[in-house]
Design a protein around this ligand. Sequence first.
Ligand SMILES: Cc1ncc(COP(=O)(O)O)c(C=O)c1O
Length: 380
Amino acid sequence: MSTYLDHNASTPLDERVLDQMMPYLRAHHGNPSSVYRQGRIARQAIDAARQQVAQLVNAHPSQVVFTSGGTEANNLALKGAVVAPRCVAVSAVEHASVLASAQQLAIEACQLVRIEVDKDGLITEETMSRALASAPERVSIMLANNETGVIQDIARWAEMVASSGALFHTDAVQAAGKMGVDFAALGVQMLSLSSHKLYGPKGVGALVLDKRMELAAQMVGGGQEAGYRCGTENVAAIVGFGKAAELAGLELQSRCSHMLALKQMLLQALSKVESVVVFADQAECLPNTVFLAVPGIDGETLLMEMDRSGVAVSSGSACDSQKRGASQTLLAMGIDETLARCAVRVSFGKDNTEQDIDVFMSAMVRQIKALQENSMLVWA
Ligand SMILES: Cc1ncc(COP(=O)(O)O)c(C=O)c1O
């Protein structure tokens, strides 16, 4: 029996989502661009999914562009400019797909401005003003951080960005399904989503956009997705994403209160363990995320030992797991690198139970003790 506590990396596919997808894997093989019956069935399924995804974030269906996931949506948002930008600003705690997109632009003579965060992982009026002073044409700030769960005040920053005349993108991949996300109220021009973070299939996501802005496709071809993202649509995955989005909307309140109760239980239990540090505990955070460290115990080592006990947690962003360095998010918050290397992320899902917290806590306490006894401390 394993205990899965890494939902920010990916979530299990909801059975109800799988049921919805199956006919599009088995029977309905038509190309949605075909005009005959099989094609129309696929097209209608995509249209329905577009509506479901739009509804989750209070957008119009025509604003939803399906992509191959959050990474592609972020690439499109940052790089999809008709005229190459002279300057872009991204927060210091963005996901690798935003940071790398911005860095790619920087190779092409675009100035890259980093919006710093404070010790709680939050952007401030001062860091925002400093970044806007460089007159960026595109700004990207994530709604909720994948490692700390810290939620940024996007609506507030959107006003500042709007008065500077720049376009504003937010990566809402971790936020959707764990808090209310309202595209219209946030005041951004682009918003990224990913299906596999909300119990949908992997390899599908969306960029929600203000159609008044111009966006250049990164994937050109047959004109699918209104020309913003060409390529034959992954119909079954899009259907699954739609169903997952619908369920996330319908069950948002119950999921959030359930996960928050688990989080409070975990924080309470952690407060009894000597020297445990919980990062960003002063900021508003997602209800499912706890980023912690046991000083002196390497996060990677602890998570490997936890894995042996059947508990899946992570030492930070799964997408950055090839790079074994300290969490860039923690470093940006001014956390000492030695402590940042001890970080372990716990992220709950809708189906976790109180028992999972008990299993996690006893495994962690046991492993900490064993590591300390075996002197496997990386830093004494
Ligand atoms: C904040 C954030 N943005 C983007 C992504 C990338 O999404 P995808 O895995 O769908 O490419 C992730 C995935 O971990 C993420 O956490």
